[in-house]
Design a protein. Structure first.
Length: 155
């Protein structure tokens, strides 16, 4: 299983809002600078996150994006689903969802397909186990500083 760059950036952006926002709207420009993400791509990603009801957009001078739910209620599975679709394994199905052959998940005698289904369920559970609040807690434990990136001057 490989997660898309879109999913990685969406996770970084939502983490950034949870970690830095203090319940105020966060502008894409700020997130892009702190997380080193192209701002234009980030705007597109936020459209997916809005459709998935993970963020709300606020217009105006002090606008930006805010989380629609508390960080402890947004899981990594929510983010993956918003950007990459459902977490599933299509071991023996064509792109149209039809079986490639008689060995498919709908056939209980196809043991590899049954095992792949179990693996997919476990992977989905792992994504469900982690929330944005968990990421924020880890950042705090690692000593990550909040706010705008500072500048270091050497003489």
């Amino acid at each position: 299983m490989k997660l898309s760059t879109r999913c990685r950036y969406a996770t970084l952006a939502l983490f950034d809002i949870a970690f830095h926002s203090d319940d105020e709207p966060t502008q894409v420009r700020q997130i892009a600078e702190r997380q080193d993400i192209p701002a234009r791509f980030l705007e597109q990603i936020f459209q997916d996150l809005k459709r998935a009801d993970l963020v709300d957009g606020k217009r105006g001078r002090h606008g930006g994006y805010v989380l629609r739910r508390p960080p402890d209620q947004i899981t990594l599975r929510d983010i993956v689903r918003a950007t990459d679709g459902p977490v599933e394994v299509s071991f023996c199905l064509n792109d149209d969802g039809e079986p490639m052959h008689r060995a498919c998940p709908r056939n209980s005698r196809c043991i590899p397909a049954v095992v792949w289904g179990e693996i997919a369920s476990r992977v989905a559970e792992v994504f469900e186990d982690y929330t944005l609040a968990d990421l924020v807690k880890r950042a705090e434990e690692a000593g990550l500083s909040r706010g705008e990136p500072g500048y270091m001057y050497f003489i």
